[in-house]
Design a protein around this ligand. Sequence first.
Ligand SMILES: NC(=O)c1ccc[n+]([C@@H]2O[C@H](COP(=O)([O-])OP(=O)(O)OC[C@H]3O[C@@H](n4cnc5c(N)ncnc54)[C@H](OP(=O)(O)O)[C@@H]3O)[C@@H](O)[C@H]2O)c1
Length: 292
Amino acid sequence: MKRILVTGANKGIGYAIAERVLEETDDSFVFLGARDADRGGAAVKSLRQPAQDRADRVHLVELDVASDASVARAAEDVSRACAGEPLYGLVNNAGIGFGSSDLAEVFNVNTRGIQRVCQAFLPLVGDGGRVVNITSASGPNFVATCSAERQAFFTNPEVTWAEIDALLTECEGIGGDKDAFAARGLGDGSAYGLSKACANALTLHLARENPRLTINVCTPGFIATDLTQGYVTDSGRSPSDLGMKTPREGADSAIFLLFGEPEGSGHYYGSDAKRSPLDRYRAPGTPPFIGD
Ligand SMILES: NC(=O)c1ccc[n+]([C@@H]2O[C@H](COP(=O)([O-])OP(=O)(O)OC[C@H]3O[C@@H](n4cnc5c(N)ncnc54)[C@H](OP(=O)(O)O)[C@@H]3O)[C@@H](O)[C@H]2O)c1
């Protein structure tokens, strides 16, 4: 039985990942993470409906990735439900803040949330298990605007969580002063871009520290969800006119990293499930990135 926890899975891309895991892998079991029990319960109900065999293969886990206490409680719940059997996979999908300027709030979910969940849940993942972090092309796009020194930081295979945490704290100290970010080689200080660039770097750290696991990171692509709805509304155009894809298409790369044959651990993948660089955008369909 492949037991997989997906965070932020009550809607959007996380829900689509959970649905495709259940559909495409008969021996799978999904722990559906949701910070709100009612929203999570509704998602579990809807995932259970299409086929009777699914009713026993999806279970709600109340999990707010921004809260130490909630993550600790959720790890206890999952450990109890697993009854000594290991998790096969963990998908860190929960995310916020596309267009937000609240650095602390966005970092606490998109970056510190991943570290918090990994600290609590990696001991439950069995040898050879998979961890998939969902970040964004906003990460490499942000790194491309940074100074050479900062770019070296974001792509350093030896980067540590302590260094990443210190950078997040430094950025929170700068606050909303865009000129100060630029002066420090940190582009425009976009909360979302920074959080995702740091989550990509965190994946390097996690992969290095956990060689018994395969830990990779991907962008889902440009997907029509609640996260991007404001952008659609402001543009006055339709998601398809804007080239956006569906949440199910946005699950492609995560499904590959869960069940396919990625090259190794500690790599960033594009929405086409091909390797991509950490410091510049690679469009889907163009040659994959080759390198460390
Ligand atoms: N859509 C895109 O174009 C796009 C592009 C690149 C990357 N991404 C990334 O893909 C991931 C999924 O985004 P989406 O587009 O599917 O957005 P979404 O529809 O807004 O879904 C986000 C999910 O994360 C959950 N969440 C937010 N804060 C949480 C917290 N503190 N604890 C637990 N769950 C939390 C939300 O729960 P609630 O319902 O309770 O708010 C929701 O289930 C995010 O990491 C996002 O950054 C999306």
